[in-house]
Ligand binder design. Structure first.
Ligand SMILES: N[C@@H](CCC(=O)N[C@@H](CS)C(=O)NCC(=O)O)C(=O)O
Length: 211
């Protein structure tokens, strides 16, 4: 059975686990923290990050590389659009989720969940408010303009774009936040639909900081 090395508080581990669940691939989740940068961690991933996917003699880091690899191993159901332009759009939305969206929503998860649980510190409420008031609207406005259907951001079909954005929105929810559906109706509906899928519901049920 393949192994996912990592911890589920990570949105990139969530992305990998949700993708595997959508594919019906069974795996073992083996806890691994990205700090400290032990020789063992760096031997598995020279970037010292999680997740890392172990499939037989293959040790593969990076959620994007992992999902693309699993798509080849287990092509059904397809999670990358076959149309070339839709494929390009889905890959960029995945990239947006993994970078900008992760930076903005990740800082909320950090304040609300990581700081109290890991560092035993109170959240910085001023920093939180600034992110929620100034940065969240920018990323949500852009997503609102991209969502083609509650069933799939790209072309109305569930794909890697939904998995990547869903992983970030799952942590947003676990940090106690909800998409304001009055302001972002498409994103609000898409978020409800996506996070209710069994692949994400299971991750949400586990809570923000499963040990
Ligand atoms: N592009 C990578 C990003 C992985 C990543 O940044 N993981 C975080 C945990 S959420 C990490 O390991 N951070 C440790 C570090 O930045 O040193 C992916 O998609 O897997």
């Amino acid at each position: 059975m393949p192994i996912v090395h990592g911890g589920v508080p990570s949105p990139f581990v969530k992305k990998t686990c949700a993708f595997l669940a959508e594919k019906g691939v069974a795996y073992e989740l083996r806890p691994l923290a990205p700090f400290p940068k032990t020789p063992e961690l760096l031997a598995m991933n020279p970037l010292g990050k999680i997740p890392i996917y172990q499939d037989g003699d293959l040790m593969l880091p990076d959620s994007s590389a992992i999902c693309a690899y699993v798509e080849r191993v287990e092509p059904r159901p397809p999670l990358y659009p076959s149309d070339a332009k839709a494929y390009g759009r889905a890959l960029f939305i995945e990239e947006f989720a993994d970078t900008k969206l992760n930076e903005v929503l990740g800082s909320i998860f950090f304040q609300r969940i990581i700081r109290p649980n890991f560092f035993k510190q109170e959240p910085d409420e001023a920093a939180l408010k600034k992110t929620l008031d100034e940065q969240v609207p920018q990323v949500f406005d852009w997503l609102e303009s991209r969502i083609e259907s509650p069933n799939g951001i790209v072309g109305g079909t569930f794909s890697i774009a939904d998995v990547a954005v869903g992983a970030q929105l799952a942590n947003f929810r676990l940090a106690g936040e909800k998409v304001d559906a009055g302001r972002w109706p498409k994103l609000g509906r898409w978020s409800e639909t996506t996070l209710a899928r069994p692949s994400f519901a299971k991750l949400l049920d586990a809570g923000a900081f499963p040990r």
